[in-house]
Ligand binder design. Structure first.
Ligand code: PMP
Length: 301
């Protein structure tokens, strides 16, 4: 992915030109991963650009920031407005929005003593993360347990684990990694949740094992309303390898079929019927074609 640029970036309440949006080399977050972030998407809809589940993303950002004892100077609604205004001023339709809070300039010790938290929002034009189906491998790296981090957060430093898994997968010729939790159950991808379909039912690893993804929860709700049973629970590698269908989901990834795991074909090696149905429904919702789900769309106003 080559990053496309935009005209402005929002930094601590100000709109800054893209080329001027730098930070000091002493920024604590750069040294220790003391940042928290969200990936959010906006879509072009018949009623103008809308940001998908913006409030839920900002809520999770604040949850992550609280876990890191960051004192964010902006309230939830201020951050939502800032994101909407930024997408508007950058004149964007389909975009990827990155909300980021980080410990800034202050001291070089691990403990971010007397360092304030900075906040930034970036929005760049973006389309697909994966254009086609993906082939994955099981990583040797395990997801952090709730004994080594605060569960349900997106803390920058935790993602070194995802990066290691991605390098491992790419070096071995796969598109993506599948990560297990500390007990050896299936957890998630480096930046996406996973669902399996068996006998017409959906299962996803429990939220004690994987991030409580916003796309994941949307899919559970969509499946229920389509009459497709969906549950969360413990998932083994055997379940994954014997699944009829498998897919990754996440804000960046959206819904992407996984067609093989460790070289073993899943189903008939194509997108499955249920994955396809859910994906079509998901796209119609994010594109503002389904009134029932308008509550998930934040129009720019
Ligand atoms: N798991 C991880 C580790 C992630 O980083 C993400 C992306 N935020 C997801 C799952 C998917 O979450 P969401 O649907 O909220 O983007």
């Amino acid at each position: 992915m080559g990053v496309k640029t935009a005209e402005f970036i929002w930094m601590d309440g100000k709109l800054v030109k893209w080329q001027d949006a730098g930070v000091h080399i002493m920024t604590h977050g750069l040294h220790y991963g003391t940042s928290v972030f969200e990936g959010i998407r906006s879509y072009k809809t018949p009623k103008g650009t809308a940001i998908f589940r913006l409030g839920d993303h900002i809520e999770r950002l604040i949850y992550s920031a609280n876990a890191m004892s960051m004192d964010i100077k902006f309230k939830k609604l201020q951050l939502e407005d800032a994101a909407k205004n930024l997408v508007k001023i950058n004149k964007q339709g389909d975009a990827y929005i990155r909300a980021l809070a980080y410990y800034g300039y202050g001291n070089v010790g691990v403990f971010p003593r007397d360092i304030g938290a900075n906040v930034a929002i970036i929005s760049v034009p973006w389309e697909k993360y994966y254009a086609g189906n993906v082939r994955i491998m099981t990583s040797v790296y395990r997801r952090h347990s709730e004994k080594s981090t605060v569960f349900g957060t997106k803390i920058g430093g935790n993602y070194s684990n995802s990066v290691l898994a991605m390098f491992e997968a790419r070096k071995n010729g796969y598109d993506e990694a599948l990560m297990l939790d500390y007990e050896g159950y299936v957890s998630e991808g480096p930046a996406e949740n996973i669902f399996l379909v068996k006998n017409g039912r959906l299962t996803t690893p429990s939220s004690r094992s994987a991030l409580h993804g916003i796309t994941r929860s949307s899919i559970m709700e969509i499946a229920n309303s389509l009459g497709i049973a969906a549950r969360e629970g413990k998932v083994t590698m055997k379940d994954v390898k014997n699944a009829d269908e498998l897919f990754f989901c996440g804000t960046a990834t959206e819904i992407v079929p996984v067609i093989s795991v460790d070289g073993r074909k899943i189903g008939d090696g194509e997108i499955g019927r249920i994955t396809s149905r859910l994906r079509n429904e998901f796209y119609s919702i994010v594109r503002g074609e389904n009134k029932k789900y308008f509550g998930w769309l934040a129009f720019l106003g």
